[in-house]
Design a protein around this ligand. Structure first.
Ligand code: KE4
Length: 438
């Protein structure tokens, strides 16, 4: 596979951009080698500067539910572009977007647009703190909620991949307000609340929120158990703690109404990103009106953004969500494709006598290079990341572009054809076989 142009671009990039990339997980650090520079995406494929073509499963880390450059999003963008890019003033489309999200996700009574998932999650935490008057919050080891200081404690995704789950630069003060629980372990939550109460003179807890990926994608795909989430909901009710579902990845991905539709559990706040931007930078946080009315200018919790709700991003996002509203069959199609791929991979593992864990919810999945199960953080991190690195490259040379990191999700789009999936299954067999030969 020719990579000359990517190599020379990367040499240039590292001179001006930290690590040569604008987001760490793109750098191939944990799989070895240097990143490929992409020139074009079309449907299920991407093309790099050296002319290589790949069937790809990153989907820009989740946004591309309909593959790259879907005509209906491109058309909406071009139309919006005619009227200008950003006004810094309210537009009708923002009202339509807010109404559409609340129609598709009933727990959303009110919503604020922002420009990234990180902005959404950090604003949700601040709002929960403002609403409850309490300071601490609980996150789960291995979950990733973006790069706001207080989240970068035992975080997943790129932080975990690079072995810096707790980042330098995060102050002790910030870290002190972040309480860490174990995913799928309700006793670890109860223990934190008990400890927090006994530490307070009042005997009441000082915990504003619990934030969770209801289906984790950032330790690889690990689904919360129904009982765990149900009990978490009950505890938050009893203890006056705001339950935040971070659906930046799962929102409109795993079902039309997101993970909360699958679990039939209503969070107090939900954060969104990725798919709601249709490939442009959009995040959002929303939920109960009485909580969201705390957000400036209706309430005292300040939150702002120059380009929040800008016309181009809203046009792309509104087109994506309108398509979802008008075509609920999209999720049946995605389920068929994803189940087909899962079955092919599991058949391969069986015939190669490999017992790696393969987790999937809807069109997001992870093949963990760990024997047995990956049903929480502790089991997921036992994965052999070096072996994953070799697998990644064996797939890449066969024209399949996966996440360059074990602790990520692979995403299938509506545009992945049976031919793409068959090619992927064949490459998977040859790649896993090659690993055992080496
Ligand atoms: P952004 O700030 O990257 O838009 O969103 C942060 C975020 C929040 N919550 C969840 C559940 C997320 O998955 C993310 C971002 N996901 C990663 C991929 N695992 C983004 C990829 C990257 O960091 O480049």
């Amino acid at each position: 596979m020719k990579t000359f142009k990517s190599e020379s671009l990367f040499k240039e990039a590292v001179k001006y951009i930290p690590g040569g990339v604008n987001s760490p997980v793109r750098a191939f650090k944990s799989v070895g080698g240097n990143p490929l520079f992409i020139t074009k995406g079309e449907g299920s494929k991407i093309y790099d500067v050296d002319g290589n073509e790949f069937i790809e499963y990153i989907g820009s880390w989740g946004p591309h539910l309909f593959g790259h450059n879907p005509p209906f999003i491109k058309e909406a963008l071009l139309k919006a572009f005619e009227n200008g890019t950003s006004f810094g003033a309210p537009t009708e489309l923002e009202v339509k977007m807010a109404k559409l999200i609340s129609e598709l996700v009933p727990s959303i009574e009110m919503i604020r647009m922002v420009n990234s998932g990180t902005e959404a999650t950090m604003s949700a935490i601040r709002t929960a703190r403002g609403y409850t008057g309490k300071e601490k919050f609980i996150k789960f080891e291995g979950c990733y909620h973006g790069h706001a200081d207080y989240f970068l404690i035992k975080a997943g995704s790129g932080a975990l991949t690079l072995g810096i789950p707790t980042s330098p630069g995060v102050t002790k003060g910030n870290a002190a307000d972040t309480l860490l629980a174990d995913y799928n372990d309700i006793d670890s939550v109860k223990k934190l609340i008990l400890q927090n109460k006994s530490a307070n003179q009042t005997g009441r807890n000082d915990i504003a929120a619990v934030i969770i990926e209801p289906i984790a994608g950032n330790m690889g795909v690990v689904r919360a158990s129904n009982t765990f989430l149900t009990e978490l909901r009950e505890i938050c009710n009893e203890e006056n703690i705001v339950l935040i579902f971070d659906e930046v990845m799962t929102g409109f991905r795993v079902a039309r109404g997101g993970a909360q539709e699958i679990f039939n559990i209503i969070p107090d706040l939900t954060t969104f990103g990725k798919i709601i931007g249709g490939g442009l930078p959009v995040g959002a946080f929303g939920g109960k009106k009485e909580i969201m009315e705390m957000v400036a200018p209706s309430g005292p919790v300040y939150q702002a953004g120059t380009l929040s709700g800008n016309p181009l991003a809203m046009a792309a996002g509104f087109a994506a969500l309108t398509y979802i509203k008008d075509h609920p069959e999209v999720y049946t199609l995605l389920e068929e494709k994803s189940a087909y791929l899962e079955n092919g991979i599991k058949e391969n593992l069986k015939s190669l006598k490999k017992h790696y864990a393969f987790n999937r919810v809807g069109s997001m999945s992870t093949l963990f290079f760990v024997e047995g199960e990956a049903n929480n953080f502790k089991s997921a991190v036992k994965s052999d990341t070096a072996l994953y690195g070799k697998y990644f490259h064996e797939m890449l040379i066969r024209g399949i572009y996966l996440a360059p990191a074990q602790f990520e999700a692979a995403f299938i789009s509506t545009e992945h054809t049976k031919e793409d999936l068959d090619k992927t299954i064949k490459a998977n067999y040859q790649a896993v076989e090659a690993l055992t030969k080496k």
